[in-house]
Design a protein. Structure first.
Length: 144
């Protein structure tokens, strides 16, 4: 029985755009990790303002625009899911940019439950390939 090459050619043609997108993204070191130092998962915070501290291992942190291998900057995802990995990270109330290379900040959130997650972007605010993300944590902001 003879097999047709058409399905293989179609599959290869469909895979090309995905491969090109991944090729355009900065590769992440296999052992890179980012994490939220504080607050802790499940933390109850009195009042809306709190100090967020971010950490990284096996990858450098630098301001946006710095083109250096294995180096990026933080984005904090608040009450949202990670954005598409092949596009620049949005800059709005759910996707906070720390393009100055900051590793800590003060956030001010309204009372209630909130999720926080870190996502590292390259010099152009595009996630690494594969994305370097922290674990998503949940915090509760209580009335002061």
């Amino acid at each position: 029985m003879r097999r047709s090459a058409v399905p293989i050619l179609v599959a290869a043609a469909l895979a090309l755009p995905l491969a090109a997108e991944a090729a355009d993204r900065e590769p992440s070191p296999p052992d890179a990790k980012i994490y939220i130092i504080w607050p802790h998962d499940g933390q109850v915070i009195k009042g809306g303002k709190f100090w967020l501290r971010m950490g990284a291992s096996n990858i450098g942190i630098a301001p946006a625009g710095v083109q250096k291998v294995n180096t990026g900057h933080y984005h904090v995802i608040v009450d949202a899911d990670p954005p598409p990995p092949d596009q620049p990270i949005p800059n709005n109330k759910n996707y906070l940019h720390f393009g100055g290379g900051q590793t800590e900040t003060t956030l001010d959130l309204p009372p209630g439950k909130h999720t926080l997650q870190l996502l590292l972007g390259d010099a152009n605010h595009i996630p690494f390939s594969p994305p370097v993300m922290s674990k998503k944590i949940t915090i509760t902001v209580a009335q002061p």
